[in-house]
Design a protein. Structure first.
Length: 434
């Protein structure tokens, strides 16, 4: 069994490597075309979730006894290595940020976030229409997408430090948690793949980190994966609220999360998680913002439709939408294969496909778990189902920006770290309780 488990862990590492290659290397360097690269990224992401389920299917899996750090030289060395790399990257960014100032004419993502933060700190309504750049723009980011950057405004530092700092905190937490894993291979490789994936991201597409805050969203999702392996409903509720109040990508997976906890007799934990997440949403969004203007939510969604249309008509030299033909997602397929529909018709068709297939995915996963709940560890299935769902959701997204796709890669890394905490002993029926 040990050789089989090692082989499966190596397979998971290989799939993470392929995710990075499809994201940052193959298409960018002309190795693969649009369709092959997009499908390759989707399949490697999907297979990662399926491989984790296969590893733990029909086997006894319990959280392993943590190894004491003082007797674990390998982990101490590798965690130290990861922290040193993070510090070195921070030194690099300290030089990079001043030479690459934020420019709203290049990208208005972070500049608009700064405006919202200044308004908040000045006691103004953060969701007023932005007119500072000569054109009206309705703020459409949820609070946890922009509010953390108020810290940067208070400290008078570059807001990109908030993005990097949040990622470093969660990444360090993952590395420390992995340091107590029984498998010496996993202990040795986990800190390396954590920092190597971030380095690959910033080395091959610095624009993702330079002009977007998606690495912060990735940190939220990594935090969510950690919380799923805790018995604290409060921690899970906070993690879910952070994700909900930044991007709504996980919203169609939440019914599956509730269903799994409900049927596995973890109802108290479920109720606490729901109360905690609802409380956070009310305190951070409803009371300070929605209660003053309920229309901001609907105008924000309308702005997404306008933004999608703008990207589908933003053409490159070949006459093709730039962000639909960057090697990710299947939006390019809907753009090219339905000429009888106008642009908005194709967008609406893709939106319906995303909604239907995402819901179908969660329904299939829920039905499978209903019949197999006694022979799969609940926490492992929660992580795996989230990865499978996210792979489908991102593949069908209307504008497959590269920076959105990096979140799925960090989710894979977090799952790899967390699944290795569970030790398999023998093939037999196991209880589904957390």
């Amino acid at each position: 069994m040990k050789n089989k488990l090692l082989s499966l862990d190596l397979l998971l590492i290989l799939l993470i490597v392929f995710e990075n290659l499809f994201l940052y290397i193959f298409f960018r360097h002309g190795t693969l075309g649009q369709g092959a690269n997009a499908i390759g990224l989707f399949l490697s992401s999907l297979l990662f979730g399926i491989a984790v389920i296969y590893k733990f299917y029909n086997a006894t899996a319990a959280e392993a006894t943590p190894l004491p750090l003082k007797k674990n030289i390998v982990s101490i060395v590798m965690v130290t290595f990861a922290i040193v790399v993070m510090i070195c990257l921070g030194v690099q960014f300290n030089t990079f940020f001043p030479t690459h100032p934020l420019d709203h004419s290049y990208s208005d993502i972070i500049p608009c976030i700064q405006i919202a933060c200044r308004r908040l700190l000045n006691g103004e309504f953060a969701y007023k229409v932005i007119t500072e750049y000569g054109y009206p723009q309705q703020p459409n980011y949820f609070p946890m997408h922009w509010m953390p950057f108020s810290i940067a405004e208070l400290l008078k530092i570059d807001p990109r430090w908030i993005t990097y700092g949040a990622w470093c905190i969660v990444a360090t937490c993952l590395c420390i948690r992995s340091a107590k894993i029984p498998s010496v291979v996993v202990r040795a490789i986990t800190p390396f793949i954590v920092v190597a994936s971030f380095y690959t991201l910033q080395d091959n597409n610095i624009g993702i980190f330079e002009i977007t805050v998606e690495v912060l969203i990735a940190a939220y999702y990594m935090f969510l994966l950690i919380s799923l392996n805790k018995q604290s409903g409060i921690l899970q509720g906070i993690a879910i609220s952070f994700c909900l109040l930044s991007r709504f990508s996980l919203v169609l997976w939440l019914p599956l999360f509730c269903f799994i906890l409900f049927i596995t007799h973890n109802r108290r934990q479920l109720y606490i998680a729901i109360i905690s997440s609802v409380t956070m949403v009310v305190l951070l969004y409803v009371i300070p913002f929605l209660s003053k203007d309920w229309g901001i939510l609907f105008r924000g969604f309308h702005y997404y439709d306008d933004g999608t249309m703008a990207e589908w008509t933003h053409l490159d030299k070949r006459g093709l939408p730039i962000h639909l033909f960057r090697g990710t997602g299947c939006a390019y397929y809907f753009y090219t294969r339905f000429p009888s529909l106008d642009i908005m018709g194709r967008i609406k068709l893709l939106q319906k496909a995303q909604l239907f297939i995402s819901l179908l995915t969660t329904a299939i996963l829920g039905a499978w778990f209903w019949y197999k709940k006694d022979i799969i560890n609940t926490r492992v299935f929660l992580m795996s189902s989230f990865k499978i769902y996210l792979a489908v959701f991102l593949f069908l997204i209307q504008v497959p920006y590269e920076y959105l796709m990096c979140v799925g890669n960090f989710v894979s890394i977090a799952i790899f770290c967390e699944q290795a905490r569970y030790q398999l002993t023998e093939k037999r029926r196991i209880p589904a309780e957390l």
